[in-house]
Design a protein around this ligand. Structure first.
Ligand SMILES: [Zn+2]
Length: 123
């Protein structure tokens, strides 16, 4: 009876056999958002309308993936060893094409990712 299938090599992993799980959270990373009075009173309507226009025909799943993607893998022991040796080259052929969505520019326009040069309260 097959309980799992290795996401690396496709081998069957019988129930109760040693297997490994890999959980990967891929998130858009920005520095802490600091909202000032100017941000609160600024009219965001044009930015939001522009963003909606840019995104309206994009598949929802692709849009979500530009901000967050959770990945869970089951690996056999052989693939676990290969994975921990070189996680980023484990399956390099699985790279995805660019979504064409400039979510980076939008999030930065809201104040994310300003870096350490932006004035703000002491931490
Ligand atoms: Zn495997």
């Amino acid at each position: 009876m097959i309980a799992y299938r290795c996401d690396g090599c496709g081998a069957d992993i019988p129930r109760k056999a040693l297997r490994y799980t890999v959980t990967i959270d891929v998130r858009a990373a920005y520095d802490k958002l600091e909202v000032g009075l100017n941000d609160l009173v600024r009219d965001h309507r044009a930015e939001i309308v522009g963003l909606i226009e840019q995104l309206k025909d994009k598949p929802a799943e692709r849009l979500e993936e530009t901000v967050y993607k959770g990945i869970k893998l089951d690996l056999c022991p052989s693939c676990q060893r290969a994975f921990i040796r070189s996680p980023l080259r484990f399956h390099p052929e699985q790279g995805m094409d660019d979504s064409g969505i400039d979510i980076d520019a939008f999030l930065r326009s809201l104040g994310f990712g300003k870096g350490n040069d932006a004035p703000g309260p002491a931490r």
